[in-house]
Ligand binder design. Structure first.
Ligand code: F6P
Length: 548
C-alpha cells in the first residue's frame, strides 16, 4: 500500500504549531530553562551508549507534544511500518526502500514481491566475508603471486561517499591494506591515486549500482588501461571486482561474474554502504568491524521502529528540523563532530539529506507551498571554531547545529581530549547564553581603555545567544556506535520526508545536468560549434575550445 499523502500545512496541528510558534519565538533559551527546572530531564534521551540532549533547542515539552501530534496526523507510524516491511515507498521509481534489511538478523523475514529477501542478503554477506578474509590474510594473490597491499574503490556519490567516510572515520580500526578512493571524472584524480601504486599488489573495486555512471566507467576504463600496461588481460580476474545490480554490463567490462558482488535495486545509492557497496569498508577494517557497523545500525533501527516518539532520537531530531525549517524559517543546519575522525561526515550527510529531501513536488504530484530540504554543512570542531563559528555566534542567520562528541578518545590522551571536549561544551553554552551588555561592560571595565573606546566597542562584543544546538554525546567511536549514528540520520531523513509529504528516495534532480553534459561532450569532441545554447554557454564553450 502506498504512503499516505497529506499536506502537513492543512493539518490541525500545523495551525496550532503556528500560533504556538508566536509564543516561543520571542523567548530566550535562558528563559525556557528558568521556567522549567526539569527541562534537561524532559528533553534528553538516553539510549544505549548515546546521550542526546535536545534541551538547548528553542522549543518546550509542549512544542514536542504538538510536533508529535503533527507526526500522528500524517500517520508516521503507518509510514514506518511500510518502510520496514518493504512496501513500495519509493513510488516514483517503483521500489521498496530496504537498507534496513541489510543489517537485520538472519531469522527475520522481509518480503519484496512475495519473496523473503533475507537469505539472499546473508548470501552476499557471506561472499563479502570470505573474500575479505582471503584478501586480508594474503591467501588471495595477485596475478604475479603477490598478496594485495592496496585497495582502490572506484565509484561516485553513494558508491563513494559512504565507504570513504566510514573507512576514514574508523581508520583507527584499519588493517594493513591501504585504501584509496577515486570518484571524480577529473583525470587528475585517478592519476594522483595510481601514480604510487603497484598494479601487481592492487585490488580495484568498481562500485556502481547502475554501472552506467559516466564518472565511474571513465575512471574504471582508464585505470584498466593503466593496469594493462604492466599486466596481461588474464590478470584482470585477480585484480578487479565489481559491486552492481547490472551484472551484464559488469561482464561486458571484462569482470567475471564470480567477481561480482551483487546489490538490489531496493537499496538506494546514498543508503548503500551496508550492502556490497561496503566491500571496501570490509576489506579495509576487516569483516568483523563491518559486521559491527551493521549491528549498530540494526540497534538504531529497532530503537526507531519501536520507541515512543517522545523518546525516539531520530523522530525528535527530525521534528526539530521541521520546527526550525518551517516555522523559524531557518535554511540550513550545521553538523559539528568533535572528532577529527568524522571529517567526512558532513559531506556524506549532504548527499543523504539533500539528495533525499531537496524536492518541490509532493506525493500528490503538486508543487509544494512550504519549505522542504535543509542545507547541510559542517566541519569538525575545534577547527571549525576558527573558521565559520563567528557567523553562527554573531551572524544574522539562525543555524541549528548538532554537536557530536565522544566521552573517550581512541588513543586515550586525556589532556587533549579534555581540551577538545571543553570546547564542545563551551560552544553550546556560549551559543545558548551569549554575552549580555552588562557582562561585556564588566569585562571592558577591567581593561585599560578609555570610556569612549568602551562605548564604541560595546555593541560589537555583545552576543545575543539563543542559538540552538543538540548535544549528541556517545561513549566512544567504534564501528557499532558509528553504525548507530549513521542510521539515526537515515531515519531522520525518512521522518522529514514523510512529514513534508515528498518522495525522499528518488533523485531525478541530478539527471538534467548529466544529460546536458553528454551532449556538450559530443560538441567538445567535434569541430563544429552548435548554436543550441544560450549565449553565455555558447561563448564559454567557444572560449574553452579556442584555448585548449
Ligand atoms: O548522483 C546521482 C546518483 O544516482 C546517486 O544517487 C548515486 O549514489 C550516484 O549517482 C552513483 O550511482 P551509481 O552507483 O549507479 O554509479
Amino acid at each position: 500500500m502506498a504512503l499516505k499523502s497529506i499536506n502537513p500545512t492543512t493539518t490541525e496541528s500545523w495551525g496550532a504549531l503556528q500560533s504556538h510558534f508566536e509564543t516561543i519565538k520571542p523567548k530566550h533559551l535562558k528563559e525556557l530553562f528558568e521556567v522549567n527546572p526539569n527541562r534537561v530531564k524532559d528533553l534528553t534521551v538516553e539510549w544505549e551508549d548515546f546521550y542526546v540532549d535536545f534541551s538547548k533547542n528553542r522549543f518546550t515539552k509542549e512544542t514536542l507534544s504538538m510536533l508529535i501530534e503533527l507526526a500522528n496526523e500524517v500517520d508516521l507510524k503507518d509510514a514506518i511500518t511500510k518502510y520496514f516491511e518493504g512496501e513500495i515507498i519509493n513510488a516514483t521509481e517503483g521500489r521498496a526502500v530496504l537498507h534496513t534489511a541489510l543489517r537485520t538478523n538472519n531469522d527475520d523475514e522481509v518480503f519484496v514481491d512475495g519473496k523473503n529477501v533475507i537469505p539472499e542478503v546473508f548470501e552476499v554477506k557471506q561472499k563479502i566475508k570470505n573474500f575479505t578474509q582471503s584478501v586480508v590474510s594474503g591467501e588471495h594473490k595477485g596475478f604475479t603471486g603477490k598478496p594485495m597491499t592496496d585497495v582502490v574503490n572506484i565509484g561516485i556519490g553513494g558508491s563513494d561517499l559512504g565507504p570513504a567516510m566510514v573507512v576514514d572515520s574508523l581508520q583507527y580500526y584499519k588493517n594493513h591494506l591501504s585504501t584509496h578512493f577515486v570518484s571524480n571524472v577529473d583525470g587528475d584524480h585517478y592519476n594522483e591515486v595510481v601514480k604510487n601504486l603497484n598494479p601487481e599488489t592492487t585490488l580495484f573495486v568498481i562500485v556502481s549500482k547502475t554501472f552506467t555512471t559516466q564518472e565511474t566507467l571513465s575512471n574504471a576504463n582508464s585505470i584498466k588501461s593503466w593496469f594493462l600496461k604492466s599486466l596481461p588481460n588474464e590478470a584482470i580476474s585477480k585484480h578487479f571486482v565489481a559491486v552492481s545490480t547490472n551484472i551484464e554490463s559488469v561482464k561486458a567490462f571484462g569482470i567475471d561474474e564470480a567477481n561480482v558482488f551483487p546489490m538490489k535495486d531496493w537499496v538506494g545509492g546514498r543508503f548503500s554502504l551496508w550492502s556490497a557497496v561496503g566491500l571496501s569498508i570490509s576489506l579495509s577494517l576487516g569483516y568483523e568491524n563491518f559486521e559491527n557497523l551493521l549491528v549498530g545500525a540494526n540497534k538504531m533501527d529497532e530503537h526507531f521502529r519501536t520507541s515512543e516518539f517522545e523518546n525516539n532520537i531520530p523522530v525528535i531530531s527530525a521534528l526539530l528540523t521541521i520546527w526550525y525549517n518551517n516555522f523559524f524559517k531557518a535554511e540550513s543546519e550545521a553538523i559539528i563532530p568533535y572528532t577529527q575522525y568524522l571529517n567526512q561526515f558532513g559531506t556524506y550527510l549532504q548527499q543523504g539529506i539533500m539528495e533525499s529531501n531537496g524536492k518541490y513536488v509532493d506525493r500528490n504530484g503538486n508543487a509544494i507551498n512550504y519549505q522542504t530540504g535543509t542545507i547541510i554543512w559542517g566541519e569538525p570542531g575545534t577547527n571549525s571554531q576558527h573558521a565559520f563559528f563567528q557567523l553562527i555566534h554573531q551572524g544574522t542567520k539562525l543555524i541549528p547545529a548538532d554537536f557530536i562528541g565522544f566521552i573517550e578518545s581512541l588513543y586515550g590522551n586525556k589532556d587533549h581530549h579534555d581540551k577538545l571536549m571543553s570546547n564542545y561544551f563551551a560552544q553550546t553554552e556560549a551559543l545558548m547564553n551569549g554575552k549580555t551588555k552588562d557582562e561585556v561592560l564588566e569585562e571592558l571595565n577591567g581593561q585599560d581603555i578609555s570610556e569612549e573606546q568602551k562605548k564604541r566597542l560595546l555593541p560589537y562584543k555583545v552576543f545575543k545567544g539563543n542559538k540552538p544546538t543538540t548535544s549528541i554525546l556517545i561513549k566512544k567511536l567504534t564501528p557499532e556506535s558509528l553504525g548507530k549514528l549513521i542510521a539515526m540520520y537515515e531515519h531522520k531523513i525518512f521522518v522529514q520526508g514523510i512529514i513534508w509529504n515528498i518522495y525522499s528516495y528518488d533523485q531525478f534532480g541530478v539527471e538534467l545536468g548529466k544529460q546536458l553534459a553528454k551532449s556538450i561532450l559530443n560538441e567538445l569532441k567535434s569541430d563544429d560549434n552548435t548554436e543550441n545554447h544560450d549565449s553565455s554557454t555558447q561563448n564559454l564553450l567557444k572560449f574553452y575550445k579556442n584555448n585548449c
